[in-house]
Design a protein around this ligand. Structure first.
Ligand code: CAA
Length: 389
């Protein structure tokens, strides 16, 4: 694996680090406490190009590669995982899907505003009855009699950035008779300012509280056929291919959370005295720090491996599902484990809201859940390895 970073990759990583430490870190605790969406910092991240890192400049992005994207996302996540998920959904679940499957016209109309930071993009797959079993969706979108548009009805849930998104790539059954059912799903780009789109309840969350998550309702929403992404009936495959990219972003987010918790723990081990010594002298603390470091570095390598596999796809079109699921699974479980150890090292202070460690712990949990739970990642990996279903 060649991990020599280019000047461009280093530049975006350093820009993201400066922005994260100077602009996001100071406000992260406040937004976590209040659950207020960080409109200003998200707008400025958009202006700096962080919402369309892999999108070519002609479509409003900065035209870099997946390594540049994960490096930047990791830095943002070290400061605040909520900002990171908003960035990740814009880049990988929204922009990547349109870049890969969109027509020229769709790229101009729907990709450019999000990649350039003028608008927020989102992705709607989950429904109240279908989370892990994503193919079991009920949102219906039959074609109108004149064939000009799809009429969407139903509810999608757990939509990251739902309350603030201008555009959402939504998945719906355009052919309920299709067998198997997932072959009747199509991907439709929805403009949230059009009639028939409504916001539902907002989710009160354990972590990533500054990111906005809600249900969305469709009532006779008219989606022009020109806003269908890819072919009719290809939507479910598009949703999974896009998640292959998304899961690399979640690996980067998890890595950033774990690193923040680890760095705080190293500092605490150097400063905190007990029994007349710095606690970093104690072997039980040393063991925790060493294991945290090893798992973090292993996660980083798996994330790079997945990012490079995604880059290779551009030439070979070989799916990188396996690399992506491995990276997401390992990095998210590392984030959960490392943040648990970080609280233990900090003792009572780790449990207090005076330090950010408890926030890292709460934020880490969701990385084992969204974009496919750890159980789903294990299923995907085992299916690919055995060839059995
Ligand atoms: N890329 C392209 N095509 C794929 C694919 C991939 N990675 N994986 C499978 N496919 C294809 C299959 O080849 C199959 O094609 P055919 O119709 O030609 O046979 C089709 O897609 C269906 O595949 P499966 O039969 O494997 O589908 P399944 O119903 O068994 O489910 C699953 C597969 C892996 C469990 C999938 O449902 C899954 O990933 N579930 C988790 C859902 C998830 O991750 N949700 C995240 C929501 S978004 C989110 O969380 C964002 C956020 O808030 C931050």
């Amino acid at each position: 694996m060649d991990l020599q970073l280019s000047d461009e990759q280093r530049m975006i990583r350093d820009m993201a680090r400066d922005f994260a430490q100077n602009e996001i870190s100071p406000i992260a605790a406040h937004h976590d406490e209040t659950g207020e969406f960080p409109h200003e910092t998200i707008m400025r991240m958009g202006e700096q190009g962080f919402m369309g890192i892999e999108v070519p400049e002609e479509y409003g992005g900065v035209g870099m590669d997946t390594i540049a994207y994960v490096l930047a996302l990791e830095e943002i996540s070290k400061a605040d995982a909520a900002h990171a998920v908003i960035m990740s959904v814009c880049n990988s679940l929204y922009c990547y899907g349109i870049l890969r499957y969109g027509t020229e016209e769709q790229k101009r109309q729907y990709l450019q505003p999000v990649a350039s930071g003028e608008a927020i993009g989102s992705y709607a797959l989950t429904e109240p009855q279908s989370g892990s079993d994503a193919g079991n969706m009920r949102v219906a979108a039959p074609l109108s009699l004149d064939g000009s548009h799809y009429i969407i009805n139903g509810t999608k849930s757990w939509i990251t950035s739902g309350p603030v998104a201008k555009y959402i790539v939504a998945f719906a059954q355009t052919d309920p008779e299709a067998k198997p059912r997932h072959r009747g799903v199509s991907a439709l780009i929805v403009d949230t300012e059009e009639p028939g789109f409504e916001l539902g309840k907002t989710e009160p969350k354990l972590g990533i509280r500054a990111s906005a998550t809600c249900e969305i309702h469709f009532e006779d929403y008219k989606c022009p056929v020109e806003a269908r992404l890819g072919k009719e009936g290809e939507g479910f495959k598009i949703s999974l291919a896009v998640l292959d990219a998304g899961r690399i972003g979640i690996a980067a987010q998890a890595l950033g959370i774990a690193e923040a918790a680890y760095e705080a723990s190293v500092q605490y081990a150097r400063d905190r005295q007990a029994f007349g010594h710095k606690i970093g002298h104690f072997q039980m603390i040393q063991q925790k720090l060493a294991d945290m470091k090893c798992r973090i570095e292993a996660s980083r390598l798996l994330m790079y491996q997945a990012a490079l596999a995604k880059e290779a796809w551009k030439k070979t079109e070989r799916r990188y599902t396996l690399e992506s699921s491995i990276a997401k699974l390992y990095a998210s479980e590392t984030a959960m484990w490392v943040t648990t150890q970080a609280i233990q090292i900090h003792g009572g202070m780790g449990y207090s809201k005076e330090l950010p460690v408890e926030r890292y712990f709460r934020d880490a949990k969701v990385t084992e859940i969204y974009e496919g739970t750890s159980e789903i990642q294990r299923m995907v990996i085992a299916r690919l390895e055995t060839g059995l279903r």
